[in-house]
Write a protein of this length. Structure first.
Length: 643
């Protein structure tokens, strides 16, 4: 029966096309929810172009587009398709990325896949309002499925979605006292409150406000956790708990700001900054993410970060940037997206790592110094260590693309992050406007915007100026704007005419930042650069349509940087067919370095970088640095040679 459904419902979604939320102004928070600085645009308002579209196509042609054809957790036995197999988080996780991927690419094949899954959920709600596989009694996977449905609704206008959600939340409100949140759901309650806000903004059902407050009381107190932070460094196996779990912490980035919409308590919103302060101090890595393998792992660059934590932190930051309007959060989002995200995959996105290391010189099966993870965690493969990341990684690129642009509180538009794209939205006065963004950012420093309102219209356009872009220039129709400040949104309010052009220049000087043991990382714009280490890929075993791989180094990696005048030579090239491929990276930096004898392997990883400065009598060589995301073997946190 399920096989015939996609066809029938494809007709349904066509007939609902004129209700598509994408044709409406962005939905704002409804009182008493607090107004956000920016509101998300409906899914498909932003269309990826250029290298970003290519990246999404790579993802679609890779595992994302085919995983349900061979991975047992997602085949037709899934409980989320009415089967008796996996009935917990994996189906919803997969869809949380497949839905935006399918609709952003407007892919007939992927949309048909989406419908098969979504229709099962929409058509099998139980009379009491419960949803999903009958054998699942955990609230948590439903949190994810509801996020899936909000995206699907925004892309299609399928009115079955709000109808199901109203019945479901009424059921939850009735049941939550006798069947309270447990285990993962206790720590991930922010994701449910988020969807409650989404529905409240569209229906105004007052019981939803009470439900959100109740969940906040049953949920873990993350605000208190970070106000009195107890984990300054790598935890022991005995200390590992759900509150030290890196994915829960990445998801918690959103929790206080999202809940602040309900509580109207400024200190809830600002709890985000206390989280970032203590997590940066004790667990931040040079690739922009917090260390956790899979519990708090400290700042040594040979500790890992789980891929689920990368994509969840990105989603949290997308939301938090919208709620606060804080440009610094957009900087963080870009750093993760352009570095830690692509690094965890092979170029063609058919294999991923569970844990990535900033200093990663050998990928194979052995016990590394993880807090709790197993010996397969840094393999590139189908499901190294555990299959959660296999199910969950899909949301990374598509949600980033969807959130490049947001609506501002004053009915304008904000460029929250940069990548080639096009946005179509309804702004002040109900005027439709299209903005085309041409750029090779983050590889190059120039962004060109072409503004095309359907008729002349006055509205604010906010452009994020990254904190590192101290010499940023913003020009409107060739005339430089005054008051451009690094680390803030620059606001341009004027009467826009079709064909107006905005040029952004974000000069990308090479920067050296300091890390564990006073090591140095090399950054340029939002990209982090790593020593290119020769890679020998070895297939360990076939895994259905893909395989598991080990990677061994074929060149030396034990270099210290020689800093000083002329230390770095930047060379820009074209963005290739694989934007984060290592074969012909779009940017490379020639650097001066000396080998450090005695800096060797330790437990399958490079030993932590020796305390800098280091003394070495080895000759100065020129080494090749390439974007972190392209270097599957690499050194990122370098010792620094004394002069
Ligand atoms: Zn995972």
């Amino acid at each position: 029966m399920a096989r015939t459904l996609p066809v029938i419902l494809a007709v349904f979604s066509l007939s609902a096309a004129d209700l598509r939320p994408v044709d409406q102004p962005a939905v704002k928070n409804r009182a008493p929810l607090v107004a956000a600085a920016f509101n998300p645009l409906p899914l498909t308002a932003v269309k990826p172009r250029g290298w970003l579209r290519r990246q999404l196509e790579i993802q679609a042609h890779g595992q994302s587009g085919h995983l349900d054809e061979f991975w047992p957790s997602l085949t037709s036995d899934s409980g989320w398709l009415g089967g008796t197999g996996e009935s917990w988080e994996r189906g919803p996780y997969f869809l949380d990325g497949l839905v935006p991927l399918a609709y952003l690419l407007d892919s007939v094949e992927l949309k048909a896949k989406v419908l098969r899954w979504v229709n099962w959920t929409l058509e099998n709600q139980r009379p009491d309002g419960a949803m999903g596989p009958v054998k699942n009694t955990d609230w948590w996977p439903n949190f994810v499925e509801l996020k899936v449905l909000t995206q699907y609704y925004e892309a299609t206008g399928d009115t079955r979605v709000p109808a199901l959600m109203r019945r479901y939340f009424a059921y939850m409100a009735k049941s939550i006292d006798e069947r309270p949140l447990k285990e993962w759901a206790i720590y991930r309650w922010g994701d449910q409150v988020l969807t409650i806000a989404w529905l409240y903004n569209r229906t105004g059902d007052a019981f939803l406000l009470d439900l959100a407050r109740k969940l906040s009381r049953q949920g873990y107190n993350w605000k208190g956790h970070f106000a009195d932070f107890q984990y300054p460094g790598k935890v022991t196996k005995e200390q590992a708990q759900l509150k030290t779990h890196v994915v829960n912490n990445a998801m918690a980035i959103k929790t206080s700001p999202v809940y602040s919409l309900f509580s109207a308590d400024r200190s809830d919103r600002d709890a985000l900054y206390q989280l970032l302060k203590v997590m940066d101090e004790h667990h931040l890595m040079p690739n922009g993410v917090h260390g956790g393998d899979e519990h708090y792992a400290g700042r040594s660059p040979v500790q890992g970060t789980e891929l689920c934590a990368v994509v969840e932190a990105m989603f949290s930051l997308e939301l938090a940037t919208g709620i606060t309007g804080d440009a610094a959060l957009g900087d963080r989002l870009e750093k993760m997206t352009f570095n830690a995200l692509p690094a965890a995959f092979d170029t063609q996105m058919w294999a991923h790592q569970y844990d990535q290391q900033p200093n990663q010189v050998l990928v194979d099966i052995q016990r590394r110094d993880w807090t709790t993870n197993g010996p397969e965690s840094n393999l590139f493969g189908l499901e190294p260590n555990f299959g959660c990341c296999t199910a969950n990684f899909h949301q990374g690129w598509p949600k980033f693309a969807a959130n490049l642009w947001m609506a501002t509180a004053e009915d304008g538009l904000a460029a929250v992050a940069y990548a080639p794209s096009e946005v179509a939205a309804v702004v002040r006065g109900g005027v439709r406007v299209k903005i085309t963004e041409e750029t090779q950012y983050p590889f190059k420093d120039r962004v060109d915007l072409r503004v095309e309102p359907a008729k002349a219209a006055t509205f604010p356009l906010l452009v994020r100026v990254p904190a590192w872009a101290e010499k940023a220039v913003v020009e409107v129709n060739g005339k430089a704007e005054s008051g451009v400040r690094a680390g803030a949104f620059h606001r341009i309010e004027r009467r826009w005419q079709s064909g107006d052009r905005v040029l952004l220049r974000f000069p990308m000087d090479v920067r050296v930042t300091r890390w564990h043991n006073n090591s140095a990382a090399v950054e340029r714009g939002p990209l982090v650069f790593s020593l290119r280490v020769g890679e020998e890929w070895r297939k360990l075993r076939e895994r259905g349509m893909t395989a598991d791989w080990a990677v061994s180094p074929t060149t030396a990696w034990n270099y210290a940087l020689v800093l000083g005048d002329g230390a770095f030579q930047v060379k820009e090239g074209a963005v290739g067919e694989y934007p984060f491929g290592g074969e012909s990276p779009a940017v490379r930096i020639a650097a001066k370095a000396r080998k450090v004898p005695g800096w060797e392997m330790q437990n399958g990883s490079a030993a932590p970088p020796p305390q800098s400065p280091v003394t070495t009598g080895e000759p100065v060589e020129t080494v090749d640095l390439i974007p972190y995301g392209a270097a599957k073997l690499r050194i990122t946190a370098f010792p620094v040679a004394s002069r």
